[in-house]
Design a protein around this ligand. Structure first.
Ligand SMILES: Nc1nc2c(ncn2[C@@H]2O[C@H](COP(=O)(O)OP(=O)(O)OP(=O)(O)O)[C@@H](O)[C@H]2O)c(=O)[nH]1
Ligand SMILES: [Mg+2]
Length: 353
């Protein structure tokens, strides 16, 4: 059931076969289609984009659930248990991860895979480890597109684990319908290690590890967390307790998560949320693309290097330096419309009679 990311293409998969296989729910083809969209080879970009375009109409059908929490909070254990529950209820479950750090730290996804052995052996589950390298932007793109392929292949529940500390939370929040925080009790001043930003992104929370005599402590932590969330955000979200290890309370947490998604779907809020996410995603891609234009344009790259030097030396302001870089970009894109550096009106191709 598991498929390794970035597997080299044994035989190039035609877009036609990829589309047909994915739509038919063929796992082998799905795995290879995901490898195609994960590929950074230049010749794979066009077919990958074509593939996504052709399955687009069949995407969007899943409940998209993100799970976050500090390392060791029990995210993988929870996902395995909730995923199994969903499978047993007749759902088809795909598990993905956003792990921008795995290239550096290694191992965490391998660990996840071994820990999710029961789920990965289930015929209704598909577990895809995180793309194993790349900056957050690239990893987020691949996870988002993998999610779309899984939906096109008929998976109706997608669980995404955030791995690693950093900005992966924001990236996952931007691609899911419900973002669940797993907290743990007795981490003392609990709101502690949790970044305030994460608390603003979540839609539900559960205090995990409510077992082995820690049930009461977990309940207190849940009340404290609910109170803090209410003060900070001015709204109430469900904060429950559970034990991913024993399974106690997991069904209730899962019901709260899927219940919220069902409500949002019925009210139209889900559609609005996804539209907002799509627009934010579009902006991210455009911004990243512009940045790439700079990196790929020698004149712009040189202007940026010069700007950095001057800002560092304190000889120009950052805003003036940024303007110079953008001018360099513009003059490359459309030489005739670039504003003149002397501050005069742009000439109309310099060839007026
Ligand atoms: N007592 C108890 N232990 C748990 C529970 N859930 C998870 N654990 C244990 O906590 C450890 C970490 O669990 P994981 O599920 O790997 O946690 P994670 O959040 O996925 O960790 P990373 O992916 O490394 O960030 C494991 O040893 C689990 O067995 C729980 O509900 N109760
Ligand atoms: Mg994990």
């Amino acid at each position: 059931v598991n498929t390794a990311p970035g597997t080299p293409h044994r035989h190039a998969l035609s877009v036609h076969d990829a589309v047909a296989g994915v739509l038919a729910g063929d796992r082998t083809v799905l795995g290879r289609a995901i490898s195609l969209i994960e590929s950074s080879r230049a010749q794979d970009q066009e077919p990958a984009s074509e593939l996504l375009h052709r399955v687009l109409a069949k995407t969007g059908g899943a409940d998209r659930v993100g799970v976050t929490g500090v390392p060791g909070a029990g995210k993988s254990t929870f996902i395995e248990r909730a995923g199994l529950m969903a499978c047993e209820a007749g759902r088809r479950v795909a598990v993905l991860a956003v792990d921008p750090s795995s290239a550096v730290s290694g191992g965490s996804i391998l660990g996840d895979r071994t820990r999710m052995t029961r789920l990965s052996g289930h015929p209704s589950a598909f577990i895809r480890p995180s793309p194993s390298s790349g900056a957050l932007g690239g990893v987020a793109r691949r996870t988002r597109e993998t999610m779309l392929l899984c939906e096109a292949a008929g998976f109706d529940t997608v669980l995404i684990e955030t791995v690693g500390v950093g900005q992966s939370e924001a990236a996952v929040a931007q691609m899911c319908d419900c973002f669940l925080l797993l907290a743990i009790p007795g981490a003392g001043d609990d709101l502690q290690g949790m970044k305030r930003g994460v608390l603003e992104l979540i839609d539900a929370a559960a205090v995990n590890k409510a077992d082995a005599g820690n049930e009461q402590k977990a309940k207190l932590a849940a009340m404290e967390l609910a109170g803090a969330l209410h003060v900070m955000r001015g709204d109430s979200i469900p904060v429950l307790t559970c034990s991913a290890l024993t399974g106690a309370g997991v069904a209730d947490v899962w019901a709260a998560v899927t219940g919220r998604i069902a409500e949002a779907r019925a009210s139209g809020e889900l559609t609005r949320r996804r539209h907002r996410q799509e627009l934010a995603w579009l902006e991210t891609l455009v911004a990243e693309g512009l940045r790439r234009v700079i990196d790929e344009t020698p004149a712009a790259r040189a202007a940026l290097a010069l700007a950095e030097e001057r800002v560092q030396a304190g000889t120009v302001t950052a805003s003036a330096a940024a303007r110079a870089v953008l001018d360099a970009v513009r003059s490359q894109l459309a030489p005739s419309s670039a504003p003149s550096r002397a501050g005069s009106m742009p000439s109309t191709n310099g060839a007026k009679p």
